[in-house]
Design a binder for this molecule. Structure first.
Ligand code: PLP
Length: 388
């Protein structure tokens, strides 16, 4: 193995790099999860989580990846054979759809071109056609991590309301929570799905469901089999600060520290920082003469940018060169985008010089791979960082 000096640049759109403060917090001795100190930790965490989701309601925390939190959202609210409306915004929307089908749900999947988010007009149209209200839920991925496209959740909410449809609104915020403005209560989401390893700056291992009163009521009727994912025993135990199983104590120590950090910076500032870094990244991409995959400027992701290469170049080869030469990991193109795009993560524990280093590495890698770019791209990003 080659010895590497300095720190690896983990610029994939999650897992993101974990701040030293959070690493240190996770490295404390594990405590008794049935003792008073643990109860204090849980109650404090549950208080702190609400504002990050924009909710005054409960947030269920699971020892899981995001996929587990997806499953929890479905099995707690739906019954076998229920119809759900989903949208082909990219790889992750497709995986969530496939899970819903495997669980025995009937999915109306609205096709998409992987360059745009959910079209609110399509939501109204599809729901207005459903006069018998047989669609039980609308499933939306807020920020499609495979494409760098952010769907306009408030407009989708309005579209559901315009159709006068009672469907539940299930939203995946896995690569937006803690990076991109999101408001569970205000935007009328029923279940918000999230996980630890992106905007929350933690290692992988925690999944979340923020739950509305309407979703809780639906869970009392829902008949999909559920056991581990069942909200009820978790919510009951949480009231006293406990869990119905052994919780991931050290990740929860880390979560408390990460939530303190978000609180210290202020969520509005965190979101503005992400938007600014995304603008600088797009300035570089455009300056290089390359194309951002997202085709609608209202939907540019603030947490990652997918860069489209011409047919003559293999994006994975560019990524490999950048990894070998500069010790930086970039996101690969997923499923139908394999080899066509690479993805730059600019989320989580991140600052101007992290971005400058990232874009410098990308520029040099593109040049080494023989992609014909204008090296003014990097300066365009630096100019923006200096000026804004
Ligand atoms: N949804 C989105 C938008 C994601 O980006 C991911 C993973 O990157 C997932 C779901 C699945 O999460 P996990 O890999 O943690 O199970």
């Amino acid at each position: 193995m080659t010895t590497r000096s300095g720190r690896h640049f983990l610029q994939i759109p999650g897992p993101t790099s974990v701040p030293d403060r959070v690493l240190r917090a996770t490295a404390q001795p594990t405590i008794d999860h049935r003792g008073a100190e643990f109860a204090e930790l849980t109650l404090d965490l549950l208080q702190r989580l609400g504002p990050v989701f924009g909710t005054g309601g409960p947030v269920v925390v699971y020892p899981s990846s995001g996929t587990g939190a997806w499953e929890a959202a479905l099995v707690n609210t739906l019954s076998p054979g229920d119809r759900v409306l989903a949208f082909e915004t990219g790889h992750f929307a497709g995986l969530w759809r496939a899970m819903a089908e495997r669980l025995g749900l009937e999915v109306d999947f609205v096709p998409g071109d992987w360059r745009r988010g959910v079209d609110p007009r399509a939501v109204t149209e599809r729901l207005a056609e459903d006069r018998t209200h047989s669609i039980a839920a609308v499933m939306v991925v807020h920020n499609e991590t495979s494409t760098g496209v952010t769907s306009r959740v408030p407009e989708i909410r309005d579209a559901i309301d315009e159709a006068g449809h009672p469907a539940l609104f299930l939203v995946d915020t896995i690569s937006s929570l803690g990076s991109i403005d999101y408001r569970h209560d205000e935007w009328g989401a029923d279940v918000t799905v999230a996980c630890s390893q992106k905007g929350l700056m933690l290692p992988p291992g925690l999944g979340f469901n923020a739950v509305s009163a309407k979703a809780l009521a639906a869970s009392a009727r829902a008949r999909l089999p559920r056991s581990y994912w069942d909200w009820t025993p978790v919510l009951e135990a949480n009231e006293r600060g406990f869990y119905p199983y052994t919780p991931p104590t050290n990740l929860l120590f880390g979560l408390r520290e990460a939530l303190r950090m978000l609180d210290e910076e202020g969520l509005a500032n965190v979101f503005a920082r992400h938007r600014r870094h995304a603008r600088a990244t797009r300035a570089a991409v455009n300056g290089w003469g390359l194309e951002v995959l997202c085709a609608d400027e209202r939907e540019y992701s603030a947490s990652l940018t997918a860069v489209l290469l011409g047919e003559e170049h293999d994006a994975d080869k560019v990524r490999q060169i950048i990894l070998d030469r500069f010790d930086m990991s970039l996101g690969t193109g997923l499923s139908r985008l394999a080899g066509r795009v690479f993805r730059i993560g600019h989320l989580g524990h991140f600052n101007d010089l992290t971005l400058a280093g990232t874009l410098a590495g990308v520029q040099m890698g593109l040049q080494l791979a023989g992609v014909d770019i204008d090296p003014a791209g990097l300066n365009a990003a630096l100019d923006l960082l200096r000026a804004e």
